[in-house]
Design a protein around this ligand. Structure first.
Ligand code: ATP
Ligand code: MG
Length: 285
């Protein structure tokens, strides 16, 4: 039987979350990332640990069948690969930044500037789209020090909180793209490998849905049940069970993390009491 070969980052900001996702999906990977390749004991996948920059190429060449990588790297490597699923972690953005005292009044400022970056392809296509002529200086790592040492006038780099920029006397002025970790696959998978990928995806979705939702229980007077059911989005409709106390019921449902506080406020206003919120382990719809 064949194994689906999946490329993960060996060590870095993607690796821990990627392995956590596999663990939550019940896939038991042996030996962790200490070896170059390891198999799962209970699912037909083989994990290859690589530098993130190499993952699109390996998947494109068919050395790996699928991989987890940041969208920023995927875009930069310009390989025709399919995003199978967005994974919601390693969120960051790629932005242009200039020295903090620089008066910024629009992208025209970049005309003729020297911009340092590790993402020359993404930057070049942005500059072209904006019709800006600027000089791209490709450097790998520590891009943020380039203006301070006189190597560049601006930088184009990954930003998440912005604290690296601030501590280097820079300010973010344009966001060019947003990025998160994505599951990618090559296009030439055998039917057998496609089936494994679908099975993996089914589990990943169940895990992510569970992480994004909470189980909610509450008590409500019977005359308020209709109003409360309307507030609760749930999977289908809420479960309603009578309480021992006459005229009261217990209501169970599922609430999305994003709407959570809004829903809780509305429920309280509608007369809900004793609200309990419980994490969900897996969620299959
Ligand atoms: P490698 O040794 O594998 O080449 P790296 O140093 O290039 O690793 P990391 O810094 O581990 O890469 O970042 C991996 C990915 O995580 C980035 O490509 C980006 O998608 C995302 N990322 C980078 N910085 C942050 C951040 N501060 N917050 C969230 N996500 C980030
Ligand atoms: Mg890298």
């Amino acid at each position: 039987m064949s194994l689906l070969k999946i490329a993960l980052q060996k060590s870095g900001r993607l690796s821990e979350k990627s392995l956590e996702l596999f663990a939550e999906a019940g896939i038991n990977i042996m030996n962790g990332s200490r070896k170059l390749v390891s198999k799962a004991s209970n699912f037909p996948v083989e994990i290859m640990y690589l530098r993130d920059d190499d993952i699109p190429q390996y998947v494109h060449d068919g050395v790996a069948d699928a991989g987890i990588v940041g969208e920023n790297i995927l875009m930069e490597k310009t390989k025709p690969l399919e995003i199978v699923e967005r994974l919601g972690f390693a969120r960051c953005r790629l932005s242009l930044a200039v020295e903090k005292h620089c008066q910024y009044n629009g992208t025209g400022l970049f005309e003729g500037m020297r911009i340092a970056t590790s993402y020359p392809n993404i930057l070049a296509s942005y500059l072209e789209k904006m019709k800006i002529n600027a000089e791209i200086h490709e450097i790998n790592g520590s891009v943020e020090i380039a203006p301070g040492i006189g190597l560049a006038d601006a930088i184009f780099d990954i930003v998440s909180t912005g604290s690296t920029l601030i501590s280097n006397g820079l300010k973010e002025v344009e966001t060019v793209m947003r990025s998160e970790a994505v599951l990618i696959s090559g296009s030439a998978l055998t039917d057998e490998k496609r089936d494994i990928l679908s099975a993996l995806l089914f589990r990943i979705r169940a895990v992510r849905r569970a992480n994004n939702n909470k189980y909610i229980l509450l008590n409500a007077p019977n005359e308020k049940l209709e109003e409360i059911a309307e507030i609760l989005p749930g999977m289908k409709s809420p479960t309603v069970m009578p309480l021992a106390m006459e005229g009261w019921s217990s209501v169970h449902s599922v609430v999305n993390e994003n709407q959570f506080w809004e829903v809780i406020d509305k429920l309280r206003e509608a007369g809900a009491q004793g609200i309990l919120v419980i994490p969900i382990e897996k969620m299959v719809v």
